[in-house]
Ligand binder design. Structure first.
Ligand SMILES: CC(C)(COP(=O)(O)OP(=O)(O)OC[C@H]1O[C@@H](n2cnc3c(N)ncnc32)[C@H](O)[C@@H]1OP(=O)(O)O)[C@@H](O)C(=O)NCCC(=O)NCCS
Length: 280
């Protein structure tokens, strides 16, 4: 998929749209794009002191930038949704260290998930229940079939093996990878889930249902299943994404997080202190 075809899918909006019941919003932040430095500086403003410290302890390179962009922009989006100060949002770690919102009495707080890969950050928001999102950079040098045999369900391996060209094999592989990870992140167990637990079905990009055993249950009997609805989407010519939610829903809205969404930051000095240069 070309750059312009990908751009057509993603909506640029000057305001953060309301997150209604039944909506799934997926926000894209391209840190290597023309707005990357602005987005980073704006996101840094929204971090808590503890998060700034955490970023400061990360090795320089893409890791701290992606954490800052993801967490800070998440705070901005949640602050619009909950109508409060970005730094006042209570983000805590739940089971398996999945970041979640601290429950607020009498308020239905949104579910969210973040993913990053090689300069691309995704934030998924929904009120439909637990959500997982994944973005992967598609590395053309990867031995797709070998990796799939080692890590994927046999049904997924078959889908990759039967692809007719190298390009379709790579798309099937990353389609499968991102779907698996989106489901695993919605569930929260992440990569601790055994490959045999579920298969992701990469045959097409429409919504598919994935069944998996709930935690602490053995075997595949009646009520022990969790269900996730998973869907793939294009992000850039070299990044692919997937989202999984606990309830079937309409198509996700794909939104570009532009620097026009928020005020510009004054934190160049602080970012420089932790090894990040905000000047192009
Ligand atoms: C979640 C997991 C799949 C992340 O995989 P990844 O490919 O490295 O990273 P991604 O970019 O897709 O996602 C990272 C984001 O997922 C979120 N996340 C962390 N743990 C998560 C979990 N258990 N479930 C869902 N999301 C999780 C975080 O927001 C994190 O970003 P941040 O640290 O910048 O806030 C991986 O860490 C995992 O399998 N965790 C399983 C649980 C586990 O092992 N916990 C550790 C116990 S000490």
């Amino acid at each position: 998929m070309s750059d312009s075809e990908c751009s057509d899918l993603w909506i640029r909006t000057p305001v953060i749209p309301e997150l209604r019941e039944g909506d799934i919003q997926i926000w894209r932040l391209d840190l290597d794009g023309p707005e990357g430095r602005n987005l980073l500086a704006q996101a840094f403003e929204a971090l808590t002191a503890e998060e700034r410290q955490r970023a400061g302890k990360m090795r320089t390179g893409t890791a701290p930038e992606e954490f800052i962009a993801g967490r800070g922009s998440l705070r901005r989006l949640l602050s619009a949704s909950l109508n409060c100060d970005p730094q006042g949002i209570g983000i805590v770690t739940g089971i398996h260290r999945k970041p979640i919102l601290r429950p607020v009495c009498g308020i239905q707080v949104p579910h969210f998930n973040v993913s990053h890969s090689r300069g691309m950050v995704l934030i998924a928001l929904s009120r439909l229940g637990p959500i997982g999102v994944d973005v992967e950079y598609m590395d053309p040098s990867i031995e797709t079939v070998d990796v799939a045999r080692a890590a994927f369900h046999p049904e997924d391996v078959r889908c990759i093996e039967t692809a007719s060209t190298a390009k379709s094999r790579m798309l099937a592989f990353y389609g499968c990878w991102t779907r698996r990870e989106a489901v695993a992140k919605a569930d929260g167990r992440g990569l601790t889930l055994p490959a045999s637990e579920f298969y992701s079905g990469t045959a097409n990009k429409s919504e598919q249902m994935v069944k998996m055993c709930q935690e602490n249950t053995i075997g595949f009997s009646g009520s022990s299943f969790s269900h996730y609805f998973v869907r793939s989407f294009d992000i850039s010519p070299c990044h692919l994404g997937a989202v999984a939610v606990a309830r079937s829903c309409k198509k996700p809205v794909l939104l570009d997080f532009s620097s026009a969404l928020s005020k510009s930051g004054q934190h160049k000095l602080l970012l420089a202190n932790i090894g990040i240069n905000t000047d192009k």
